[in-house]
Design a protein around this ligand. Sequence first.
Ligand code: DON
Length: 303
Amino acid sequence: MSDGQDIQGLLEAVAAEARPLAAQGKVANYIPALAQVPPEKFGLAVHFADGRSFAVGDVDEPFSIQSISKVFNLAIALDWIGEDLWQRVGREPSGTSFNSLILLEQEQGIPRNPFINPGAIVVIDALLERYPFYNQQLRNLLRRLSGDPTVGYDATVWHSEEAHGDLNRAMAWLMKAKKNLHCPPDAALSAYHRGCSLALSCRSLAKAGRFLLGGTGEWPLSNDPTRRRRILAIMRLCGLYDAAGDFAYRVGLPAKSGVGGGILAVVPGRCTLCVWSPPLDAKGNSLAGVRALELLVQSQDLV
Ligand code: DON
């Protein structure tokens, strides 16, 4: 399908079918500031490699991207630190929830992958060790990739998570005890929580994800197809936590979700998709968001 009207019509039909599912989910409340977000919000945006974009719903309203930030952190870390990163974090699916401590103790403080919380904390720690103003650089990169100068951190969400981040604190201190955290744990946690509080709209996030398509001339991945392929592989295997298998079965695209209700998905070489609907399923993924992506893939018009 290449006709713009058809694509717009498809997005509208998918939104109408998926959106009501949100009523069966629950907005994340373990970070109290996230519980304030109106559950009926819904946005869906697609950005093609050739520059065309289409959108439906609340696509210009910034939301907390949470763990979707981990994709950008990983891309930057592989660019700035290189393959040495893999000494400190694995690249296997965990099969456990994103904030589980169980494997971390069993596996000597080496997190299974960069998309569960301890893995993301290690990636941030490695970046912070070398680049003390990393949060500023991350925000600037997202502004540039999205073309949206309003991209920024949501201080309310950041501080809310700092105040309620005891599980993350436990992971960080456990990794420090195992010598896999090099910065002071509070500094690594603060930078990690701040990164999760980045606020972008669906439209801006879909555009920011274009670097995963290649050919955009955008740093950090556009000129390195191997690295791009590797990041997409990790998204496929680990992007939806312990629901990655079910998501692969239903949707089959590399993707990354966040507990703010967003999902960034990639049709390799063709387009990026960003969907946002705050109510989550039991594994922490957007209920209506996953369904919207499933419907889009079933239509076979975007893949
Ligand atoms: O650390 C947390 O629990 C949240 N800032 C991020 C959670 C999320 O989106 C899923 N994590 N992988």
